[in-house]
Design a protein around this ligand. Structure first.
Ligand code: BGC
Ligand code: CA
Length: 246
């Protein structure tokens, strides 16, 4: 009996394998060496229900994907979004970050440069840096000092600049980059340009003693403006670095 049971177990196992491989059920029944009748619940409906369920699920998913794809296309059409919108935005963002990083680096460099100048006594005004000496030198020696500093004697080209310098001088006087040494009474700036708008003090230039060819700026309460004076006189001086842009 025990042996028969084992034979039966093997036989049923084989039948299941045959069925999986799509064998005819009748054939497996007739081939079976097992004399016991097959149990009623051991048959296909389970697989069939699962297969049908799976099929239905697939159909549902397909329907859902179709609906979503249609909606997406309609959204793209109604909002005029290009297909490669994400890619375009991403590469634009990368370019923007790169540009901002470069601008930031340039700005940091400018800031460090400005801090260095400020430490040496330079003052910033309207795209220029100004240095007012405490020492006194002749007009030519003053100009040389400016040149050593990467600048030149100041060129005053607006009323605002004139007022700014007068304020900085605080009652004192200093050389500016103007002279008529080449041709008497033809005043020229150190960059070679002719004088157009002048801010001479009252009664100046007077070429006192026929020997005043260099210009200084006065900032005292009673005498404000430019004066011509002997170039060899020792005075304070003002250097200017033009075009210090941000
Ligand atoms: C005069 C100036 C002159 C200066 C020379 C002043 O009193 O007003 O014109 O350049 O003396 O030191
Ligand atoms: Ca004078």
């Amino acid at each position: 009996m025990r042996q028969l049971l084992i034979v039966c177990l093997y036989a049923r196992a084989n039948e299941r394998r045959y069925k999986t491989a799509d064998f005819n059920q009748q054939t497996t029944q007739s081939m079976s060496p097992c004399p016991f009748p097959r149990r009623r619940h051991y048959k296909e409906p389970c697989y069939r229900v699962a297969a049908v369920g799976f099929g239905l699920l697939c159909i549902l998913l397909l329907a859902a994907v179709t609906v979503l794809a249609t909606n997406n296309t309609q959204l793209q059409i109604s909002y005029n979004i290009p297909n490669d919108n994400f890619q375009t935005n991403y590469s634009n963002l990368v370019k923007l970050i790169d540009q901002l990083q470069k601008e930031n680096a340039a700005l940091q460099k400018k800031l460090a440069d400005l801090a260095k100048h400020a430490q040496l006594g330079w003052v910033y005004f309207s795209s220029s840096l100004y240095f007012i000496s405490t020492e006194k030198k002749s007009w030519t020696d003053s100009r040389q000092d400016c040149s050593r500093k990467g600048a030149d004697l100041v060129i005053i080209s607006s009323r605002e600049e004139q007022e700014f310098i007068i304020k900085q001088l605080d009652g004192d006087k200093a050389w500016i980059g103007l002279s008529d040494r080449s041709t008497e009474r033809v005043w020229k700036w150190v960059d070679g340009t002719a004088l157009t708008t002048a801010y001479w003090a009252k009664g100046e230039p007077n070429d006192a003693g026929n020997e005043e060819d260099c210009a200084e700026i006065w900032s005292s309460a009673d005498r404000k403006g430019w004066n011509d004076v002997t170039c060899s006189r020792k005075e304070r001086w003002i250097c200017e670095k033009l075009d210090f842009q941000w």
